[in-house]
Design a protein around this ligand. Structure first.
Ligand code: ADP
Length: 152
């Protein structure tokens, strides 16, 4: 069984994240969406809110599991005996950044491989940080969220 971890802050999950998971479901048998819960980070949405939104997005998808984690991503993967990390790429900025992380993770855990999915063009400009700004300023963010997700 091929299992992968998709780590992120998901503050909040966007339709961009959602489509990366959909693509990855064509390749992996189980995807664990790993919600980073770093105690030093200030999230806009609390951990339970972020969890609930992801649950709503994948309500009927049995191959998707959701976990919190607060440790090195590769250590989390090792503990769960997962050999693949999924990351999404929107542009060359993402590529350069993600390449460094993946290569450093490779040094930390050579048996864990990072697999990249290129986002579809229509989602390439969607980023959680901008979605948060719109939300904080009372804008309507629903079009940037996956289907079936309701706001807290
Ligand atoms: P992190 O804090 O780890 O960057 P994010 O939740 O912002 O967490 O992103 C998690 C992953 O999802 C990253 O690989 C990021 O590049 C990817 N991602 C974010 N937004 C999109 C999008 N619109 N399309 C494709 N991938 C995306």
């Amino acid at each position: 069984m091929k299992r992968a971890v998709f780590p992120g802050s998901f503050d909040p999950i966007t339709i961009g994240h959602y489509h990366i998971v959909k693509k990855a479901l064509g390749i992996f048998d189980e995807i664990i969406i790993a919600i980073g819960n770093n105690s030093t980070k200030n999230y806009l949405f609390g951990k339970e809110q972020r969890l609930r939104m992801i649950q709503q997005a994948f309500e009927n998808e049995k191959k998707v599991k959701i976990e919190f984690y607060d440790e090195l991503t590769v250590n989390f993967c090792k503990r769960l005996q997962v050999r693949y990390i999924i990351r999404g790429l929107r542009n060359s900025g993402d590529f350069e950044f993600e390449k460094s992380i993946a290569q450093m993770n490779q040094k930390l855990q050579p048996d864990i491989e990072t697999v990249f999915f290129l986002t579809d063009e229509q989602y390439a400009s969607i980023q959680s940080s901008i979605v948060r700004e719109i939300y904080k300023n009372n804008g309507d963010i629903r079009q940037f969220l996956p289907p079936n997700v309701t706001l807290p």
